[in-house]
Design a protein around this ligand. Structure first.
Ligand SMILES: *Cc1c(COP(=O)(O)O)cnc(C)c1O
Length: 419
C-alpha cells in the first residue's frame, strides 16, 4: 500500500509491531464498544427518539420534547433516575461547578477522596484564586490523597466519622497526573465504603474521559451524581459544546436550580437547534470512545517498545481514554506535540508552542487540530512543561487517522534527534 505520509521505514516497522502487540486488546475494546453501542441504541428506541426530537426551541424553551427525550435517554444509558444533558453548560468545569454549588451550602464539607482535583476546579473550590468560589460561600474543602493508586480507606473512615461530610468527591480520570485512572469497580468499592459509614453523604464522580470506556458507569454502582463534558466521550465528537449531570432525581433538580434559577429548575432551556447534534453525538459516543481507546492502546505499545515509560501499559484495564507517555525532556515533548499536529485534519499547518493557558499553573503545550475547539475526544496531546515531561494524549475520532497522528509525532521526534 502507498505510504501516503512518507513515514520512515523505522516508524512503519515500529507501527507494525505495535499493531501485533495490541491485537487481543483491540478485540476486547470491540466487545465493550458493541455492548455500549447497543445500550445507547436501546435507550433511543425506548424513549422514542424521532425527527420531532430535533426541533429547535427558542426563548424559555418550555416543553422542549427533544431536550426531555435526550435527558431521559441518557439517564437510562447510565442507569440514573434523571439527567441534565445540555449545550448550555460551557465546559466540563462549568458542569462540575454547577453540580457542586447545587449540592453544597454554607458550612458544608466537601471531601475529595482522590486527592487534588483537576487543575481547572481549583478556582471553583477556592484552593486557588476564584471569584465566587465555594470557599467564599463558606464551603470547606478537604482532600485525602490516594496511596499507591489506592484509596486511603483508613483516613476516609476517620474523616467520615469525625463530622458530617456532605459530599464525597471522586475523580475517575488521572487528569494531568501519573496516578492510575480509577476503574468503575474501584469507584464502586469506595462508594459502598462511604455509604456504609455515612449513608447521607452524597457521592459525586467527576466522570470526565471515562464514559463508555467500560460497560457500566458509576451511577450503576451507587454513585449519586456523575458529571462530564460533551466535548469529550459522551458528545461523540459531534456535540459542539455542553455537559451532563446524571444521577438521583432529587439531586438533579438541585443542579437544575443552580444551572437555571431557584424555583425554575429543569423545565426551561432553549435548545436553539442543537438537539440533533447532541443526539447524533450521543449515538456515536460508544464507537468514537472505542476508537479513542484503541489509539491510546496503540500509542502505549509504540512508545513502550521504544523504552519509554507509559501509563497505562497495553495490558492494564482501561478506565478512561487518556494515555500518558513520559518523554523525559521538554524537547522530546515539544517535538512529539508538533509532529502530531501535522497529522490533524484541521490546522495541520500550525506549530503548537508552550503557552500560559488560563486555569493552569504551568505553561502548557497542546497539539490539537479539531473540528470543535478544545474537543479532547478528537486526537490531541496536552503537556504541562514540567517534570517528568509527560505527554497526556487522548482522543481520535477514528483509529486510522489518529494512528497517523501518533506516528507523525514519533517521526518528528526522530527528525529532531531527540530519540
Ligand atoms: C476535562 C476535565 C474536566 C473539565 O475540564 P473542561 O476543560 O472545563 O471541560 C474536569 N475533570 C477532568 C478529570 C477532566 O478531564
Amino acid at each position: 500500500m502507498e505510504n501516503i505520509f512518507n513515514l520512515s521505514e523505522k516508524v512503519l516497522s515500529l507501527s507494525e509491531n505495535a499493531l501485533l502487540r495490541v491485537k487481543n486488546k483491540f478485540d476486547e475494546i470491540d466487545k465493550i464498544t458493541e455492548f455500549n453501542q447497543n445500550k445507547v441504541l436501546k435507550a433511543f428506541i425506548d424513549n422514542g427518539v424521532s425527527e420531532a426530537s430535533f426541533t429547535a426551541s427558542t426563548g424559555y424553551g418550555y416543553g422542549d420534547r427533544g431536550r426531555e427525550t435526550i435527558e431521559a435517554a441518557f439517564a437510562q444509558i447510565v442507569g440514573a433516575e434523571d439527567s441534565l444533558f445540555r449545550h448550555n453548560f460551557v465546559s466540563g468545569t462549568h458542569t462540575i461547578s454547577v453540580a457542586l454549588f447545587g449540592m453544597l451550602r454554607p458550612g458544608d464539607v466537601m471531601l475529595s477522596v482522590t486527592g487534588r482535583p483537576y487543575d481547572t476546579l481549583l478556582g471553583v473550590l477556592g484552593v486557588s484564586e476564584g471569584e465566587g468560589s465555594l470557599k467564599e460561600f463558606g464551603v470547606e474543602f478537604e482532600e485525602i490523597d490516594l496511596i499507591n493508586n489506592a484509596f486511603d480507606f483508613e483516613q476516609i473512615e476517620k474523616r467520615l466519622k469525625a463530622s458530617f461530610v456532605k459530599v464525597a468527591y471522586i475523580q475517575r480520570s488521572r487528569g494531568y497526573s501519573l496516578r492510575n485512572s480509577l476503574t468503575v469497580e474501584e469507584i464502586a468499592e469506595v462508594t459502598r465504603f462511604v455509604k456504609k459509614i455515612s449513608p447521607d453523604t452524597i457521592v459525586m464522580v467527576d466522570n470526565c474521559y471515562g464514559e463508555f470506556v467500560q460497560t457500566t458507569e458509576p451511577t450503576q454502582h451507587g454513585a449519586d451524581l456523575i458529571m462530564g463534558s460533551l466535548i469529550k466521550n459522551p458528545g461523540g465528537g459531534i456535540a459542539p459544546t455542553g455537559g451532563y449531570i446524571a444521577g438521583r432525581k432529587d439531586l438533579i433538580e438541585k443542579c437544575a436550580c443552580r444551572l437555571t434559577a431557584p424555583g425554575i429548575g429543569k423545565e426551561v432551556g432553549a435548545t436553539l437547534g442543537h438537539s440533533r447534534q447532541l443526539f447524533m453525538g450521543l449515538f456515536n459516543a460508544p464507537h468514537v470512545t472505542g476508537e479513542a481507546v484503541k489509539t491510546a492502546v496503540f500509542a502505549s505499545a509504540l512508545f513502550e517498545s521504544l523504552g519509554f515509560e507509559v501509563t497505562p501499559t497495553v495490558d492494564e484495564t482501561r478506565a478512561d481514554i487518556i494515555q500518558a507517555v513520559v518523554l523525559r525532556n521538554p524537547d522530546a515533548l515539544i517535538a512529539f506535540c508538533q509532529g502530531m499536529q501535522k497529522g490533524a485534519p484541521v490546522d495541520s499547518f500550525v506549530t503548537p508552542e508552550p503557552w500560559d493557558m488560563p486555569g493552569y499553573d504551568n505553561q502548557v503545550i497542546m497539539a490539537a487540530g479539531a473540528f470543535t475547539l478544545g474537543a479532547s475526544i478528537e486526537l490531541s496531546a496536552d503537556a504541562p512543561i514540567r517534570e517528568p515531561y509527560a505527554a497526556w494524549m487522548q482522543g481520535g475520532l477514528n483509529f486510522h487517522s489518529a494512528k497517523t497522528g501518533v506516528l507523525l509525532g514519533l517521526e518528528s521526534m526522530i527528525d529532531k534527534g531527540v530519540i
